[in-house]
Design a protein around this ligand. Structure first.
Ligand SMILES: Cc1ncc(COP(=O)(O)O)c(C=O)c1O
Length: 370
């Protein structure tokens, strides 16, 4: 191989470039309340795609999560339950509201939050739960929904990695009060940076739209503290084109993942990604696990793969509860999270990876593991 196969890469074509030029020529680059024509068109198309009543576009997935928590009335003194095995943004937004992040362990087979651990962590202070669809595999939302309903809690699903994934036959987000999506450059579909929030609840939409635009429903009439979370029109135009391509992107990721598993099934040293009955993974990351191995062995394998031109990557080598800033939120015992963080690694399956490259990745990994 004379190129490094990146772990993820934006798939941008002429259609996206033409869409950007069209917006630039239109002279409308943004909108005072964040709801320009391209943004509105993208929101409507995205809501339809995920079968939600409403969608609100914002400038990052982090902004979507923050606005969702504010709209759920999460504030200082509240507790929010979430996994520690996720990107730091999931926890960061909780701290931004003044609430306390309460970290719980994962299921060792799927790496998503354990519904039993969630139920066990609920107290009178709990206000919301943030399950994460990690690597594109939906979190097991049905039992979490049951716990939330029993205790009157809101669910904000972090679907940043799960465009195109389904759970019990429905797009992810169907069992949550709000789902939050990211369009960061590495994601299954991208706008460069960008985010979206989807929900069936009109009250949430109203608050989030206000939050997106300095607390304004009307210009210069703020009714709450907000932010500037506007998505620019150029990004929305890119997103509209990417959304049309998303089903093909996800199909390619799934075909690549299947082909890679055919190779990697030949070794007993790896645990391959799980896809339980009723779950459809979008394979944002194809994540394997080196069974019974120490961290050093996993790190060595990742380094050797990289030397061969394969952009292997570890998500996440440092669980959030062990990060310097987040230690102050408590001493957590999360054995499955800590074990997984030492053993997992991801391999490229994005739509730009050819079948021949998948064969190369599979053969190389097998050779290094022999
Ligand atoms: C699980 C998860 N949550 C939240 C985010 C934050 O999204 P963004 O980078 O668009 O702010 C990301 C992606 O970066 C993510 O992977």
């Amino acid at each position: 191989m004379n190129r490094t196969i990146p772990i993820n890469a934006p798939q941008i074509g002429k259609e996206e470039i033409d869409a950007v030029i069209k917006v630039m020529k239109s002279g409308i680059l943004t909108h005072g309340l964040g709801a320009g024509p391209a943004v509105t068109e993208f929101e409507n198309a995205f809501a339809k795609y995920v079968k939600a009543k409403h969608a609100v576009a914002v400038n990052t997935g982090t902004a979507a999560l923050h606005a969702a928590l504010v709209a759920a009335n999460v504030k200082a003194g509240d507790h929010v339950i979430l996994p520690s095995f996720t990107f730091v943004a999931t926890a960061e937004v909780v701290v931004m509201t003044g609430a306390k992040p309460v970290f719980v362990d994962i299921d060792p087979d799927t790496y998503t939050v354990s519904p039993k651990a969630v139920e066990k962590a609920i107290t009178k202070k709990t206000k919301a739960i943030i399950p994460v669809d990690l690597y594109g595999l939906p979190a097991d939302l049905k039992p979490i929904r049951e716990s939330a309903d029993k205790h009157g809690l809101k669910i904000i699903e972090d679907a940043a990695q799960a465009h195109g994934a389904t759970y019990r036959g429905k797009p992810v987000g169907a069992f949550a009060d709000t789902a939050c999506w990211s369009f960061y450059a590495s994601k299954n579909m991208t706008t460069g940076e960008g985010g979206m929030l989807t929900t069936n609840d009109a009250e949430i939409v109203e608050k989030v739209r206000c939050m997106r635009s300095h607390g304004e429903k009307e210009k210069y009439m703020s009714t709450m503290v907000g932010h500037n979370y506007h998505m620019p029109e150029i990004e929305a135009a890119i997103g509209r084109v990417q959304l049309k391509k998303l089903p093909k992107f996800v199909a390619k990721r799934r075909a690549n993942a299947k082909r890679l598993s055919k190779w990697l099934e030949k070794t007993k040293k790896l645990k391959l990604p799980a896809e339980p009955e009723g779950f459809k993974c979008s394979y944002y990351l194809y994540t394997a696990r080196l069974w019974n191995a120490k961290k050093e062995k996993r790190d060595k394998l990742v380094e050797e793969l990289r030397q061969k031109g394969i952009g292997a990557f570890v998500c996440y080598m440092n669980p959030i509860h062990l990060m310097p800033y987040y230690r102050k939120f408590g001493k957590y015992r999360l054995p499955e999270t800590e074990k997984a963080s030492k053993q997992v690694f991801s391999l490229p399956v994005h739509p730009g990876v050819s079948p021949e490259e998948i064969d190369f990745i599979g053969k190389t990994a097998l050779h290094l593991l022999r």
